[in-house]
Design a protein around this ligand. Sequence first.
Ligand code: TIU
Length: 206
Amino acid sequence: MIDMQRDFLEPGGFGAALGNDVSLLASAVPPCQRLLATARRAGLTVLHTREGHRPDLADAPPAKLLRAPPGMRIGDAGPMGRILVRGEAGHDIIAALAPAPREPVIDKPGKGAFYQTDLELVLRNRGIDTLLVAGVTTEVCVHTTVREANDRGLRCIVPGDCCGSYFPRFHAVALEMIAAQGGPGGGIFGWVTTEAAITQALGEAT
Ligand code: TIU
């Protein structure tokens, strides 16, 4: 579950600081709730990621800090605490999709969930070779994570209705890109499906 954080889904966070209409991400929340329930029922490992930085911002590249206007940058004070800073209220995952006890939370400084994190180690330790990747935003952190996973030999299945973007056309084309140039063995980056299809398949398998 990628970056379902208040900083992206609620007003006053990083997503809004970049000029986005955060309400566009709300439609992904109910399907994500159903997907989490399915995964937990089936006994799958559930992992959550959060994009954010150290309070001293030592892990935040200057090029990323300068992206938003002054006063709305990473580390600046927002209505939910310092924007995109670990430990602040806005950095946390929305209550509707809160991690359950013992579900690992991967804190990442970048868009991809593998860059400068221990995600690859966690997956290897658990023998995981296939990922269901959901969350926000489709063409940014979901896509970057799928690309990183694909290059590491992992299979990626993306339920499109469990993803969301501030740009509906980017969401649509990002999903198309994952499934393009493929056959029965999957598209160039993986497979695209729906929460309902995953819930049905896992229900039949368990
Ligand atoms: N801005 C935007 O669309 N996304 C991000 O900055 N991060 C994630 O996608 N999580």
